[in-house]
Design a protein around this ligand. Structure first.
Ligand code: SAM
Length: 289
């Protein structure tokens, strides 16, 4: 029975192993069973599922995952946690703990070995210092990660889910939403963690689109355009792009492309939808040498 995710048991395990939190690894362990249950429910884990957990900590969420899933692989960077996990997960024979840096591990090979090319799910209370590289790495890798249910900093979750026009909307919103449907499923206050983080947290679920929601001739160009468009948020899109120096186009040519989209040439980047960025990217492509 999963029982780790409460303050009493967490403290007992930490004392038994004389564990010291390492700030550099973003270690904030969940100590609220209701939050753990909510995450598992939101991830829709079933007995047929293979689940990748990133950063199991002392294994509080891993225990829930082992109960709900067919098989779990948990990747943990901190060597001091490996003997702890061996102990806390000893009742389960459907989990493998991998001692590695998730950003350096060949996830493709690991997932292929464990689950073939079949879809799998990712569930994690992420180390916040590497949220973006982990999430974008998973989305861009084209691994069949059907859903990614993760605890992240609240502000980052809001940016991932943001729609055009809002102040949270930016390159991260567009990058995530190109690959997946993003939905915040819970807000989680600092007192649900040990130690308490300085920021609020949220659980967000990313459901991968089966086919991209927009078509563009050159995906890389579109993402370059998106990044350049949000670098100078106070400027109009045309000024921002002309100043960025990323594209060898005059301000006038840029304005003409923007006008061809059917929007005002004084528009700001944050009002354009993903669809409009895809079209603008195709217009740029036509103009570029
Ligand atoms: N899952 C546990 C929980 O919910 O209580 C711990 C979550 S804690 C926010 C993040 C975990 O990720 C820590 O155990 C930390 O050591 C681990 N971690 C940090 N950087 C990592 C990396 N690059 N690769 C794998 N694990 C990492």
């Amino acid at each position: 029975m999963a029982d780790l995710g409460n303050p009493k048991h967490t403290i007992a395990v930490l004392q038994k192993y004389q564990f010291h939190f390492q700030k550099k690894y973003g270690q904030n362990f969940l100590i609220d069973p209701h939050v753990l249950e909510k995450i598992i429910r939101a991830a829709h884990i079933g007995k047929e599922d293979f689940v990748l957990e990133i950063g199991p900590g002392i294994g509080a969420m891993t225990q829930y995952l082992c109960e709900a899933a067919r098989e779990v692989a948990a990747v943990e960077i901190d060597g001091n946690l490996i003997p702890v996990l061996k102990d806390t997960l000893s009742a389960y024979d459907n989990v493998e703990v991998i001692h590695a840096d998730v950003l350096k591990l060949d996830l493709k090979e690991m997932v292929q070995k464990k689950n073939g090319n079949r879809p799998f799910k990712v569930v994690a209370n992420l180390p916040y210092y590497i949220t973006t590289p982990i999430v974008m790495g998973l989305l861009e890798s084209r691994l069949p990660a059907q859903s990614i249910t993760i605890m992240v900093q609240k502000e980052v979750a809001e940016r991932m889910q943001a729609q055009a026009g809002g102040k949270e909307y930016g390159a991260l919103s567009l990058a995530v939403q190109y690959y997946a449907e993003a939905e915040i499923v819970a807000n989680v206050p600092p007192n649900c963690f040990m130690p308490r983080p300085k920021v609020g947290s949220a659980v967000i679920r990313l459901m991968r689109h089966e086919t991209p929601v927009v078509q563009t001739e050159d995906e890389k160009l579109m993402f370059r355009l998106i990044r350049a468009s949000f670098n100078q948020r106070r400027k109009t899109l045309a000024n921002g792009l002309a100043n960025s120096g990323v594209f060898p186009l005059t301000k006038e040519r840029i304005q003409e492309c923007i006008k061809e989209l059917g929007v005002s040439e004084t528009v700001r980047g944050e009002t354009l939808s993903l669809e409009q960025f895809a079209r603008l990217s195709d217009l740029f492509k036509r103009e570029l040498p």
